[in-house]
Design a protein around this ligand. Sequence first.
Ligand SMILES: [Zn+2]
Length: 113
Amino acid sequence: MHEMSLCESILQVLEEQAHTQQYRKVKTVWLEIGALSGVEVEALRFSFDVVTQGSIAEQATLEIIEVPGQAWCLPCACNVAVQQLYDLCPHCGSHQLQVNSGDQMRIKELEVE
Ligand SMILES: [Zn+2]
């Protein structure tokens, strides 16, 4: 499952940061998930619980922040909202779109102790 490996890499980051920032417990994780990232939030929550068992993030709450998709349209020379990857420009119908927001997942903030 795609989400399972995502959670494993999240946990890896949390454990690395625990060393450098000297915390022992993660209380809350704010995750930004782009609308175009293909991540299923429910599957991600489930995987997070499984992966973090027995880890520093075992009791952690997962807060999901959904980031809308946005792309730069070359013909229009402006940013347009996109719902899915490979959507056409809603203004001119062009497919010359460069996605510049909403295709990634990242840890935005952590609450630790
Ligand atoms: Zn356009």
